[in-house]
Design a binder for this molecule. Structure first.
Ligand code: NAP
Length: 304
């Protein structure tokens, strides 16, 4: 395929950036891929595995002369990185990000984007609990949605970013930032918090020993432990920056939980049966939509 961008700069070289680098390489989507990571350790690994054509020691050096700069750092670090690269961005270039939260990222990054440079926020709904430059793989985005939040950006710039994601195997949809944040609070952020909590509860419950938890862990709990192994920095930032939507969903979750708790206490089998019948139908709908490999952001476990 003809390259979509002559030079793509990836800032932050973790799971998402490394998967993008592999996918762009595989499909010939970038003339040159340049990368930067904050630590020398990550930059050394990226060089060792040949992740990019060039690994730079600063974000600004990587972004200079790039046609597309993708910010692949934790949500809370986006603003500072945008500020650092702003002076070197070339006119007509596009800056994008892959952060799991959109409204706060737009507020943090937007003010730093110079006149004549386009900003197209995105969020690929794909991931694993692994992180770092070795975690990526070219198929990560295949058949997964990448949500695009145009937020008034130039139409051609948005279309080109969408073309890139489709060429990497993703399906795309456009969405408003606030709606995005609410959708992912339901499908990803609140479920992650619940998984973290459940694993914490099992750890606190001293009557069940750690070895029993591991030995007898059934599918549900095993899935929770996998989700709860996700990167702590990334998820801390997600909750701090998607506060409003996550709290709204957790409020509703708590109400439903109390209703189920009451049904168990009062022996209301009909309520439990009806509830589980409704949720089973939702699961079947997900399978019919072809989104059953894993929930968004829960991702696939990388085969090592
Ligand atoms: P990751 O594997 O943990 O990699 C994060 C990268 O950002 C690393 O290169 C790290 O550098 C760098 N970094 C961390 N803190 C930084 C800071 N304060 N300033 C500058 N650079 C910093 O993360 P990831 O999973 O690829 O996630 C990257 C972004 O994608 C996040 O915004 C996340 O919300 C979003 N996202 C993640 C998933 C997922 O499931 N993982 C899915 C969709 C979107 P060092 O290695 O040098 O520390």
């Amino acid at each position: 395929m003809k390259p979509i961008y002559d030079r793509v700069a990836l800032i932050g070289l973790g799971l998402i950036a490394s998967s993008m680098a592999h996918a762009m390489r595989r499909h010939g989507l970038a003339g040159e891929i340049v990368g930067h990571a904050r630590s020398t350790e990550t930059r050394d690994v990226a060089r060792e595995i040949g992740l990019c054509d060039r690994v730079c020691d600063s974000a600004a050096e990587a972004a200079r002369d790039a046609d597309l700069v993708v910010l692949c750092v934790p949500v809370g670090a986006m603003g500072a990185v945008a500020e650092e690269i702003a002076p070197v961005l070339k006119p007509g270039a596009t800056v994008s990000d892959v952060g799991s939260v959109k409204r706060d990222v737009i507020q943090a990054v937007g003010p730093h984007i110079p006149e004549g440079v386009h900003f197209v926020p995105t969020h690929p709904l794909a991931g694993t609990e692994h992180s770092g430059p070795r975690a990526g793989f070219a198929e990560l985005f295949e058949n997964r949605y990448c949500l695009i939040v145009p937020d008034g950006a130039d139409r051609d710039a948005v279309d080109r970013v969408e073309t890139l994601w489709r060429a990497m195997g993703a399906k795309t949809d456009e969405m408003d930032a606030d709606h995005h944040d609410l959708v992912v609070a339901v499908t990803s952020h609140a479920p992650h918090l619940i998984a973290y909590t459940m694993v914490g509860v099992a750890d606190d419950l001293r009557r069940v020993t750690d070895s029993e938890v591991i030995k007898y862990s059934a599918a549900g709990f095993r899935d929770f432990t996998r989700i709860a192994a996700s990167d702590p920095t990334m998820w801390r930032d997600v909750f701090l920056h998607n506060r409003k939507a996550t709290l709204e969903i957790l409020g509703r979750f708590t109400e439903e939980l109390f209703a189920l708790q009451r049904a168990i206490r009062t022996g209301d089998g009909d309520l439990l049966f009806d509830y589980f019948t409704r949720t089973r139908a939702i699961r079947r709908g997900i399978i019919e939509a072809g989104q059953d490999t894993d929930a968004p952001d829960f991702g696939r476990v990388k085969k090592s």
